[in-house]
Design a protein around this ligand. Sequence first.
Ligand SMILES: *Cc1c(COP(=O)(O)O)cnc(C)c1O
Length: 369
Amino acid sequence: MTPLLLTPGPLTTAAAVREAMTVDLGSRDPAFLAVTARILTRLAALAPEPGAFEAVPVQGSGTFAVEAMLGTFVPRDGAAAVLVNGVYGARAVELLRRAGRRVVPLVADEEAAPDLDALDRALAADPGITHVVAVHVETTTGQLEPIAEIAAITARHGRRLLVDAMAAFGAIGLEGVVADAVAASSNKCLEGVPGLGFVLARSTALAETAGNAHSVSLDLHAQAARLTKDGQFRFTPPTHVMLALDAALTLHLAEGGVAGRGARYAANLRVLVDGLTALGFVPLLPAERQAPIIVTFRAPADPAWSFPAFYEALRARGFAIYPGSLTRVPSFRVGCIGQVFPDDLARFVDAAAEAVALLGLTRLAPEPS
Ligand SMILES: *Cc1c(COP(=O)(O)O)cnc(C)c1O
């Protein structure tokens, strides 16, 4: 039995999305070029300021798109302040360092909100910082970051914002967020399959990035120029992944776009958090910082607790969950995105209750911290 994927992606997809991949199209075939154009138009419509942005696709997983965004937008003599309170903020620091860019990491605890005063002070103190890099939803914890405030501080200092919006793109809107670029991918809230990243780029900012990129394949300026010229990628596009994404974007529209998808995920979140909390599990984050994407639960203090055993018991009941990745606090994560619905999450809560009984767990609260 294939389990439902309650993870941050790849996710459970709709049958129509998987079926769209059963066609072999040539990368220069007019039918494929039409699919490419339609995908880019639909993605650009999801940008923070739709008329001002264009979508630039990048083959690969989401990290390829983030690496392309950072390397293309931060000039070689620029510098980036990066808000870090989890794995993906830390990854942005690593990507920039590897590209040879100066980086100012602003590190907060994983359980904490980012330190906006530290950002304000860093921008005031260091005029060499050209860009601010922030994550919209930090998948390490599931935290919804205050992206509008981050954007406002960045704009107040006259700097440019680059957003890793991967985890929530398509389910949480970016209205009012002033940014130069936003990176996301095919296989998270858009519910396509893995293999295509993309960056929504402010056209006026993208036009200034010629020659910035440290990498040929991750040069968004060159990729956009080629797509403008003849509608083609520079290098082999993931044709089947794009056919799937095209079908997934049709379903996204039919569900009511960002608002409709976000509402379903919010309903999923409520069933998940209410259900596991009623069993005695304790979520890491307070409700107001919890995004409807993935939830971190603290590991029970019960000595019989074993993540692998819990995972196996749930897997046998048709659900795949995700390990925790906090550095200090033992935890596990459960996603509420993909083609899963409140009834599925209700069945998951029942399966979790059975797994608790099977493992003989009696203390689901965590060790006091
Ligand atoms: C999934 C994700 C990425 C990209 O991860 P890949 O494994 O490269 O697809 C980047 N940032 C965030 C916040 C994510 O959730």
